[in-house]
Design a protein around this ligand. Structure first.
Ligand code: SAM
Ligand code: SF4
Length: 317
């Protein structure tokens, strides 16, 4: 469906849980989130209805996210159902990767076509620090398991944080030398736990190009990512710059939170409930939400936090 500003909206991100087995400092509070009564989280039936309704409006791609989607029981069957919906061409997942040893093959079999795996550092102590609870070896083994299961074009999401991982830019770019992997550097956003980070942590993706000048720009883009490549390398490097560049004019997505609220824009507190609605009512609401997408988001920098009004684990990134 085309929105009021001529953008074609064909991408729905669904947060299937606000729970997570990690507590990344820029995302969630240390104590985690209070476990919600089951009734506040969307059931699988509601998620499937919402996805069918979205497909009827022209949504073609769904990304499952969270929280950590792999901690929700039954996630594989949900993926199987979503990927069989007529009109949905692609079901992808964003995960921290730590549970992929167990799930990678099952997800592939259930029709998940692509995985984005979050990884901010290659140093075990730093991984433990930033995630508060995680082990680097679990994430790295998860990435290997995804390759072994036959996922290609795996994307690694790296939140670039000044004074924390900017000294590892070269090491992450090196991952693209011999594997067909896309390493995506994402500017830290003042949302969720990121709101409490000090100004020095918000650095531009431009640092990547300064530190690795041999990166060559590619003509094509991948959604909101500008793409680069090392000469002769099979992999690619993506830069996602929500802070230093506004990419609202090419935004093609809407989001559904774990408690069933549609968000026309990540950084706005405008939310529309899908709870208690049948599939055709959901379709009308989704059409309305698409027409409510603002032309541009609010100001976003270390002085102006996101207006999203929720932590990232509920929205899904
Ligand atoms: N648990 C999964 C994971 O970590 O990949 C999926 C959910 S997580 C909220 C989705 C993405 O949002 C991750 O790549 C994470 O790094 C990113 N994210 C969370 N908080 C962020 C922030 N303040 N700034 C930039 N990216 C953030
Ligand atoms: Fe969990 Fe992902 Fe948030 Fe980290 S970024 S705390 S892995 S939801």
């Amino acid at each position: 469906m085309i929105d009021n500003y001529g953008r074609s909206i064909d991408y729905l991100r669904i947060s299937v849980t606000d729970l997570c087995n990690l507590r990344c400092r820029y995302c969630m509070p240390e104590e985690g989130v209070p476990k919600q009564p089951h009734s506040t989280i969307m059931t699988f039936e509601e998620i499937v209805s919402a996805a069918k309704a979205a497909a009827a409006t022209g949504i073609r791609k769904i990304r499952i996210t969270g929280g950590e989607p792999l901690v929700r029981r039954g996630i594989v069957s949900l993926c199987r159902e979503l990927s069989s919906i007529e009109g949905i061409n692609e079901v992808c997942m964003t995960t921290n990767g730590t549970l992929l040893r167990r799930f990678a093959e099952q997800l592939k079999d259930a029709g998940v076509s692509r995985l984005n795996i979050s990884l901010d550092t290659l140093v075990p102590e730093k991984y433990n620090y930033i995630t508060r609870l995680g082990n680097l070896s679990d994430a790295l083994e998860g990435i290997d398991a995804a390759f072994d299961a036959g996922f290609d074009s795996i994307k690694i999401n790296n939140v670039l944080t000044g004074g924390f991982n900017d000294d590892e830019i070269e090491a992450f770019v090196d991952m693209t030398r011999d594997r067909s992997i896309e390493v995506r550097f994402i500017e830290l956003m003042p949302i969720g736990g990121g709101i409490d980070f000090d100004t020095s942590k918000f650095i531009s993706c431009h640092h990547v190009l300064e530190r690795v000048p041999e990166l060559e720009p590619l003509e094509l883009r991948d959604g909101v990512a500008e793409l680069y490549r090392l000469p002769e390398a099979p992999g690619r490097v993506g830069l996602i710059r929500p802070i230093s560049h506004k990419f609202c004019d090419s935004c093609n997505k809407i989001r559904l939170t774990s408690d069933g609220m549609l968000k026309p824009c990540l950084h706005s507190d405008r939310e529309i409930s899908l709870r208690g609605k049948d599939c055709s009512e959901m379709e009308e609401i989704i059409r309305g939400a698409i027409l409510e997408k603002p032309e541009v988001r609010c100001a976003l920098d270390s002085e102006n936090p996101s207006m999203a009004g929720r932590d990232m684990n509920m929205i899904g990134g």
